[in-house]
Write a protein that binds this ligand. Structure first.
Ligand code: FES
Length: 170
């Protein structure tokens, strides 16, 4: 365990710019993309769904603002604020639960002093739940930005937090 180390790049989201969003939207073909796909693409670019994007998408899909807002709020994956440099998603689905993710989640929340969908600003970490990462055979799983850490345990979790803290000073 002592040799466990990783180097995970920080999130590199663009600052929200309405003009950039309008340009990106022009590249989508309404026949090939549905609203959820486009929301995922925007979140991958900006890190969250800015509220000023709602009317743009409503116009694009010929929907009401309320309909678009309803889709955004239905999916837990969409954020309404920009996340920290590191987004930690700990799996809450059945296989990971069976392998101890509940206790690890409590440890993580306690160590960071935050709940799900919150950010520890000093640690530059946002904590979120996720419901299966498709890696059940190596449960329990944690995703840091786009990297999955498998077979998580208490010792590994402590090392991860130490690594992320050290990365703050890089
Ligand atoms: S249940 Fe956690 S990865 Fe599938």
């Amino acid at each position: 365990m002592s040799d466990f180390a990783f180097n995970i790049p920080k999130n590199n989201f663009q600052d929200w710019q309405l003009e950039l969003a309008e340009t990106l939207l022009k590249n989508f073909n309404i026949d090939d993309h549905n609203l959820v796909d486009i929301l995922h693409d925007f979140q991958a670019t900006f890190g969250y769904i800015d509220k000023t994007l709602i009317p743009l998408l409503a116009k694009f899909f010929n929907l009401s603002n309320a309909e678009v807002h309803g889709v955004v709020s239905f999916y837990h994956d969409f954020r309404s604020t920009k996340p920290a440099s590191y987004v930690l998603k700990i799996c809450q689905a059945e296989s990971c639960q069976a392998m101890g993710s509940e206790l690890l989640t409590t440890e993580l929340k306690t160590a960071l002093d935050i709940d799900f969908h919150e950010t520890n600003i000093a640690a530059d970490i946002t904590l979120e739940p996720v419901y299966c990462l498709g890696n059940c055979s190596c449960s329990p799983n944690l995703m840091i930005n786009s990297q999955i850490i498998s077979r998580l345990n208490s010792g590994k979790l402590k090392l991860i937090l130490q690594n992320l803290k050290a990365a703050q000073n890089d």
